[in-house]
Design a protein around this ligand. Structure first.
Ligand code: ZN
Length: 173
């Protein structure tokens, strides 16, 4: 039940590496949504920005489209420039958790690969937009509780504590 991010950090690392080492390849970029869909054999679909909804709630991530890929091995993922959502998994979780997952992936778009920053972005956005209550934060905590800490992802309980703080902070980031 961890939230992973496809090859998002790798895409950035690769782009940086290519820019540094192979100027001829400095176009080294992450896939476009169309390339991603092609890679799935056409099974994924692209939802234009502003048209994606979860449980009837429209969700935006600037002008970025959402790709629905129900074969993704996780709930959601992000490439620079678009978000990927697995509706098969998302349909198993409550509305606040769904919206938090989308907003977490969106947080990566605006704030980069750091997990805690993306978590904080998501809960503050939820509070601002009115879909996240303190009870919703606890639902998210239960959702990420089994996540084991590793070098990239701090343990679920640590992330949870940080999110509770972010949620109650007066200053919105
Ligand atoms: Zn993340």
């Amino acid at each position: 039940m961890t939230i992973r991010h496809g090859s998002y950090p790798m895409a950035w690392a690769l782009a940086a590496l290519l820019a540094l080492c192979l100027p001829a390849w400095s176009q080294g970029r992450s896939p476009t949504p169309e390339e991603y869909v092609e890679h799935t054999g056409g099974e994924a679909t692209i939802i234009p920005p502003g048209e994606f909804k979860l449980d009837g709630i429209p969700l935006y991530c600037g002008t970025r489209p959402t790709v629905i890929d129900n074969n993704l091995d996780d709930y959601g993922a992000a490439y620079p420039g678009f978000l990927i959502m697995n509706m098969k998994y998302l349909n198993r979780v409550s509305t606040p958790v769904k919206l938090w997952i989308y907003s977490h992936e969106c947080g990566h778009q605006f704030r980069g690969p750091d997990e805690e920053t993306a978590d904080c972005f998501a809960v503050q956005r939820g509070r601002r937009m009115g879909w996240l209550s303190p009870g919703g934060v606890e639902e998210i905590c239960k959702f990420i509780a089994p996540a084991k800490g590793d070098s990239m992802h701090f343990s679920g309980s640590y992330r949870c504590e940080y999110m509770r703080q972010c949620f109650t902070e007066h200053r919105l980031r």
